[in-house]
Design a protein around this ligand. Structure first.
Ligand code: GDP
Ligand code: MG
Length: 250
């Protein structure tokens, strides 16, 4: 769970996740030393949940590094190497992704046999009621561009709500600064032959705190430029693979 200034969201989010979780599980929060005191409320919650000697809530407070993608990667590394996780899930910690849907993603892997499960706003049953017309239109545009260039195995390339088997995360490290890591991960997972499935979910407005993407067109365009560049890069790699395979088959 990557957090930056999510003090008022993180506690109800973790409680909601733990309420619906089955099997052996734990919540790992990677907080970038948020000035609003997110780390402190997570530590207090961890003290409540970890009483019987079993780790259910763990805080990793980073002071040496900042950024969404590297925070998620740090969480993945700890989950795999220190805690021996078989499946790692991550999401926005602003309550825009409903905590009860975490279990649905995990089920798609455990029961459905998928390697990666993607929470998707852009398939039947999914929706985005969190964002205004401008943000939704830009998301629609970038996702349709990605579908056109990279294939329609995924309809929400910028989801950020993911569950993946350890095998996938050992094969693919996250790249990028912000949401473009998600396009990169999903496209490379599909290209590598992993089974990627989408699970519809409804993205709702954050109730507390502020978005790190911002709310104006400029903020979206600055981030969007990296998303477009990522799609182009992946498309070029896919083309090169196709040409190499054609030569192999001749
Ligand atoms: N650890 C960490 N988390 C971050 C950083 N930037 C954003 N986040 C978290 O990433 C998630 C997505 O950010 P959010 O503000 O919801 O962005 P939006 O969904 O693009 O509007 C939230 O859980 C944030 O707290 C960062 O630099 N470090
Ligand atoms: Mg968000």
């Amino acid at each position: 769970m990557p957090t930056y200034n999510e003090r008022d969201n993180i506690v109800p989010l973790i409680r909601g996740i733990l309420e619906h979780a089955a099997g052996r599980h734990m919540v790992l929060v990677v907080d970038d030393d948020s000035p609003d005191g997110t780390s402190q409320v997570v530590e207090e919650l961890a003290a409540q949940y970890n009483q019987d000697g079993r780790l259910r809530v763990v805080l990793e407070r980073r002071t040496d590094e900042k950024g969404l993608t590297s925070a998620i990667q740090r969480g993945i590394d700890l989950a795999l190497e220190r805690y021996g996780a078989d499946i790692v899930t991550w999401m926005d910690c602003d309550l825009s992704m409903p905590p009860q849907d975490v279990a649905r993603l995990v089920q798609a892997i455990v029961q459905g046999g998928a390697d990666v499960a993607v929470g998707s706003r852009w398939i039947p049953g999914g929706a985005d009621v969190a964002h205004g017309v401008m943000a939704r239109t830009l998301s629609w545009l970038i996702n349709h561009f990605a579908i056109l260039m990279l294939g329609n195995q995924v309809h929400d390339y910028t989801s950020g709500f993911i569950a993946a088997r350890s095998q996938v995360l050992r094969a693919i490290r996250l790249q990028g600064d912000y949401g473009e890591y998600c396009i990169d991960l999903l496209a490379r997972a599909v290209q590598a032959g992993f089974q990627v499935v989408e699970v519809p979910y409804i993205c709702v407005p954050r109730t507390a705190g502020a978005s790190k993407t911002g709310a104006n067109l400029w903020d979206y365009l600055v981030k969007g430029r990296k998303y477009v560049a990522t799609v182009w890069r992946l498309r070029r790699i896919a083309n090169r693979h196709k040409i190499a395979n054609r030569h192999k088959n001749v």
